[in-house]
Design a protein around this ligand. Sequence first.
Ligand code: G16
Length: 542
Amino acid sequence: MTRTVSTTPFDDQKPGTSGLRKKVPVFQQPNYAENFIQSIFDALSGFGGRLLVVGGDGRYYNREVIGKVIAMAAANGFGKVMVGQGGILSTPAASHLIRKYKAFGGIILSASHNPGGPRQDFGIKYNAGNGGPAPEKITDAIYARSKEIREYRIAEIGEIDIDIIGTVEAGGMEVEIVDPVRDYADLMESLFDFEALRKLFESGFRMRFDAMHAVTGPYATEIFERRLGAAPGTCRNFRPLPDFGGHHPDPNLVHAKHLYDEMMGPDAPDFGAASDGDGDRNLIIGKGIFVTPSDSLALLAANATVAPAYTGGLAGIARSMPTSGAADRVAQKLGVGLYETPTGWKFFGNLLDAGMATICGEESAGTGSSHVREKDGLWAVLLWLSILAARRESVSEIVTKHWATYGRNYYSRHDYEEVDAAAANALMEELREKLASLPGTQVCGLKIETADDFAYHDPVDGSVSVQQGIRILFEGGSRVVFRLSGTGTSGATLRVYIERYEPDAARHGLDTQAALADLIAAADEIAGIRRHTGRERPSVIT
Ligand code: G16
């Protein structure tokens, strides 16, 4: 039986960089999740009788919301829902299922790298039939609907045991519970030469993968330890926990510090990697060397042809605007297009669908390719392993040679987290107002060449996205970018991205923060970071 329930709108359901992310107690308010789910369905049309893929990263409240999605999908006329066993689906695995089974779309429950637990973060995101995050025209329509919604539809269904693989009926609709790992692991096996990777591990190559008690644990153990024969214990923290063991499942140098310390230690394995809450981000650390996500993108693109999926070469490379220009020089050398998009994986979808780009990446630890429409942490690890297997050099040798060929982009991101939202907005507004007057001026010994607020003109559908980050370009190609995060759940997070290009190999061995010191000082001078935020230093430096 289907019920129509009266409701009133919430005014805070605007999807951010990647779906709606809020604290769990916000989602637990009566009708809150239901309103948003119904707003998604109301913003779409043509799904009658079609398939919806549903899964999440296993965080607290995942199972409850999966139950709601199933009951509401039945009431709204979907023909079938496919759910990962236990409610688990990594974001790239969900993207793959949507594509493989030609689903109408999917709902992914995750707040990515944000912490989980009863008072922590939760999120709901809609992905379209291409497997990618909904484009802005859909998220705008969802938000518009959420402000007007008066009722939602939900079917009365009994308890469904999502831990048992198989097909059941619910509210006149089919619900198939699937192995969350198998299809995805098969896809990886089709892209990479698993035989070559098995030989790499057989030769004594040692790796450490930290799943951070998040969704990649079951995927990583299946792929690395079972299919590729990596030593048992290669994968650490592999059991997904609703609160990620009390940690931030954020694979950066702060939250994956134990991995970093191990990789810098005397008995470090050859290769270290980690992934985040929902499995789309990656951290890459070689023995004694951290690889920045921007460098990793450039390196993966430059060496991609070692993997069977990319032997034909790349159609193009895409990166988000704040990501360093390291990939640009690779694209130039390969003679392929380089596309600069706003932050947010959703902006890559059109380029991938149109066959204009093959590999995409972001400074926020995301890299991926046309195999799905999400960034993909384990894919990045497998491509790195493929390069290591083909070149038989250390990560450090590969990185150093890359810099010698292309030059080095010193790069760092400074985050000021949980800043008062009004103060953060005031900082950005003040910056915007003075943009026109900045070119030609000197700050901390650096001459500003141009300054603008990045606007993206999508070359495929012509849509325009404005105010995507303030860029200050200095003479010589260095730059500082300011933007506010779209994924936080309390206050505002100011991100400052700092970059200097150094072509001279004799100057490639500097400490990153030291190499960027004058730009860091200039950023504070230009934006008045301390004055506005009251903070003496960033909360996180990556
Ligand atoms: C999401 C998006 C990414 C984006 C990142 C950071 O990642 O999918 O495209 O780069 O947020 O966004 P922001 O700087 O606005 O916080 P994830 O892994 O959180 O889904």
